[in-house]
Design a binder for this molecule. Structure first.
Ligand SMILES: Cc1cc2nc3c(=O)[nH]c(=O)nc-3n(C[C@H](O)[C@H](O)[C@H](O)COP(=O)(O)O)c2cc1C
Length: 396
């Protein structure tokens, strides 16, 4: 939840409802632009960490009013700051009529602010309807889901903006904040609704990337310009603070993490980081690396953790495919151990081999360096960057 002060006031507010998949960053920014006071996001880890922020809860009504009132009284006693009531029963569908009476009875019973929800279908078609719904429910504020999903400018005092303009603004935020294209497409489809069969709707339906979505909406030039700008910013950031971005760090659970992605173009055609890691494990007579990969439901991106010699390694950046995520995890392991990973321009394996053979006869040489604590070895490599020697970050 985005809030402007720590003691958030829940009276007289316009609130974007929690909506799985829809409530991602571009939609939240757009709703705030159009005048929403509070927006909800994927509401739980912050809560669990013991936040000092106000906690609110959202419920549906129970089959009987008596049970509903007894439930909300119990909820109020937990000390929450406000309660949102979606005025439908659990089994009721969104097109069933919302019970303004039940919300009203709750609002008249509780001392904490009650936020009315459920009015999109029958009550809220324009800005002024929001206030009518608030009055009908005697609530402190109104939370809007579908009406905002269909057109987020519902929060604008001056009235709804044309959908074409709203969608263009939405896409600009989506590109600027690198929203996953499948989510952008999903939200735009919700806005287009009946127009999905229009030529623009068909183009949107066929789009397989953010670029194609932009092109469908006449924003191709914007996409290119923004992508260039983002790449430049990224390159500047990496050039300025290589240690901050590239240094491996161990998290409290003992996993060594780094922000890396596998970019095929930066590697020799026949070599991948996974191959380098497997080869190294064989040489060191270690068990084969084990990859454990998960997919995030929201944007379907992948993250992989590789275990080598009982140590886990993971990239903090999520990837489009399982293969890419595994390669990124392998890179984290190789880099934090100071091992070659197959990048173009990197010391060739044969060079590395000769160097190893030489140092095998010199126990104080490279071999010891390879067995050093990852952090220490990495520091050495970053010091080397400053002195103009080859660095593992080159070409990022
Ligand atoms: C696409 C979509 C996703 C939703 N996801 C959630 C959710 O994750 N959590 C939740 O409490 N309610 C969720 N809801 C329900 C809404 O928050 C809201 O309670 C419901 O749509 C009624 O409000 P409305 O009449 O303004 O649409 C979702 C609704 C929609 C349309």
């Amino acid at each position: 939840m985005i809030e402007h002060t720590l003691s958030l006031c829940y009276h007289n507010k316009l609130i974007l409802a929690p909506m799985v998949r829809v409530g991602t960053l571009p939609m939240r920014l757009l709703a705030l632009d159009y005048g929403a006071d509070i927006v909800y996001c994927e509401i739980l880890s912050t809560l669990v960490k013991g936040t000092r922020r106000p906690v609110t809860c959202k419920i549906r009504i129970l089959p009987s009013l008596e049970d509903t009132l007894s439930l909300v009284k119990r909820i109020e006693r937990t000390g929450i700051a406000a309660v949102t009531v979606h005025g439908r029963k659990r089994e009721e569908r969104p097109q069933h009529p919302v019970s303004c009476e039940a919300i009203k009875a709750i609002a008249e019973t509780l001392s904490i602010p009650v936020i009315a929800n459920g009015g999109s279908h029958d009550h809220i078609q324009k800005y002024l309807d929001i206030e009518d719904f608030r009055q009908a429910t005697a609530a402190s504020s109104v939370m809007v889901a579908r009406a905002a999903m269909w057109n987020p400018s519902i929060f604008l005092k001056e009235g709804l903006r044309p959908l074409e303009e709203v969608m263009q603004k939405y896409i600009r935020y989506a590109v600027q904040y690198e929203n996953h294209y499948t989510n952008t497409k999903y939200c735009l489809c919700q806005m287009l609704r009946e127009q999905l069969e229009s030529p623009q709707g068909r183009l949107l339906h066929a789009a397989q990337s953010s670029q194609e979505i932009c092109e469908a909406f006449g924003l191709g030039a914007f996409y290119e310009e923004m992508t260039r700008e983002l790449n430049t910013r990224r390159a500047e950031l990496l050039a300025r603070t290589p240690e901050a971005v590239g240094e491996p760090a161990e998290d409290p659970s003992g996993v060594i993490k780094m922000a890396v992605k596998f970019d095929r173009r930066a590697y020799s055609p026949q070599i991948t980081p996974k191959m380098c890691l497997l080869e190294w494990c064989r040489k060191e007579k270690l068990a084969q690396p084990v990859y454990d990969t998960v997919q995030r439901p929201l944007d379907r991106l992948f993250c992989s953790v590789v275990t080598v010699a009982e140590q886990k390694y993971q990239s903090t950046l999520w990837d489009k495919s399982k293969k890419l995520a595994e390669q990124a995890a392998a890179i984290v392991c190789l880099r934090s151990r100071g091992l070659p990973e197959g990048r173009l321009g990197e010391e060739s394996p044969s060079w590395h081999k000769r160097k190893r053979e030489a140092t095998d006869q010199d126990p104080g040489g490279l071999r010891n360096q390879e067995q050093a604590v990852p952090g220490e070895l990495c520091k050495k490599l970053f010091v080397a960057l400053g002195s103009g020697e080859e660095s593992p970050l080159e070409g990022w």
